[in-house]
Design a protein around this ligand. Structure first.
Ligand code: GRG
Length: 300
């Protein structure tokens, strides 16, 4: 199954808007240190899907926020995501040569610059998030957004913690519960935070924020299961990153533990759950439902 046209066009349109904002928010290559800004922008503008910022926009707009108020946080989340990819590709981690269809940041700029480019994207994200001219919402709500994103990028049930568990588990037998923890933390946390961020900026009620969180949890796990499936069923050209890496690194993946059939079935169940949650949010949720379906229909 491939993704239907309307949602891929929607995401392509949002990616253009997001790219224009990122271009304004990230220092230009002409500002010193030029090499560092070149490396940050090289990885940032290498053609990612912009799924996480699109989720911020789609959720926030569904609850009535303006695109302008959502864009700083949407872009900050993409910066954090890109930092994590740069660091994940480093020789000390996944040691990868290809990302987003191009040589990885350290292959192009050297390891020291790539480490700093990741650090700088993470730091710059929080500068953008804390700018009082940015999202233009009540300061208490802005702090809540910053806390939500920092928590997702942190260690407990979050991005860095999930990455650590993933590294520690390499080459060892991993049980289903540990695999689920790694996926929900490493991949799920930032996807969950993306939708929650949109809802908070829009001023959604606490109950709605929690419903949105449940939607984000479901699509976050579905996304990583789909990623595990793509790793074994696609080519490097299709993915824009090295295919078959997980198996070669003896990584715990859904297909390795549960088999391909059950992995497909679990991903479908999670998407159906997400669609049900989106449909009862009480807002126009068509885009959120379509994004949930896209997550397992995508080819890269
Ligand atoms: C280094 C702290 C740290 C964390 C690294 C992101 C990550 C954690 C590792 C990358 C490897 C991996 C399989 C991560 C799971 C998340 C994932 C599938 C990332 C790729 O996200 P896409 O497909 O990428 O949205 P694009 O390029 O489209 O943005």
């Amino acid at each position: 199954m491939s993704a239907p046209e309307p949602i891929t066009s929607y995401l392509a349109q949002r990616a253009e808007e997001i790219n224009a904002w990122l271009d304004r928010l990230v220092p230009s290559e002409t500002i010193p240190p030029q090499q560092l800004h070149c490396a940050m922008r090289y990885s940032l503008f290498a053609g990612g899907k912009r799924l996480r910022p699109a989720l911020v926009l789609a959720t926030g707009e569904a609850f009535g926020a303006s695109t302008e108020s959502l864009m700083p946080a949407a872009c900050a989340i993409e910066m954090i995501h890109t930092y994590s990819l740069i660091h994940d590709d480093l020789p000390a981690m996944d040691n990868d040569d290809l990302r987003r269809g191009r040589p990885t940041c350290h292959k192009k700029f050297g390891e020291a610059t790539a480490i700093l480019a990741g650090d700088a994207l993470l730091t710059h994200a929080f500068r953008v998030l804390s700018d009082d001219r940015g999202m233009k919402i009540d300061p208490a709500r802005q702090v809540r957004v910053i806390r939500e994103i920092a928590t997702a990028a942190d260690t407990v049930d979050a991005l860095i913690g999930g990455q650590m568990a993933d590294i520690e588990g390499e080459g060892k037998p991993t049980d289903a519960a540990t695999l689920e923890y790694i996926h929900r933390s490493k991949t799920g946390a930032m996807i969950r935070a993306s939708v929650v961020t949109g809802a908070i900026i829009a001023g959604a009620s606490d109950d709605s924020v929690e419903e949105v969180r449940a939607y984000g949890s479901a699509i976050g796990l579905a996304f990583q299961i789909a990623d595990d499936i793509l790793d074994v069923t696609s080519t490097s050209e299709q993915l824009g990153k090295t295919a078959g890496k997980d198996m070669a690194a003896l990584k715990a993946t859904y297909p390795a533990i549960h088999g391909l059939e059950s992995s497909h079935a679990r991903a479908r169940e999670l998407v159906e759950e997400a669609v049900r949650i989106a449909a009862r949010l009480g807002v126009a949720s068509g885009v959120l439902e379509e994004i949930a379906r896209f997550i397992i229909a995508r080819r890269s």
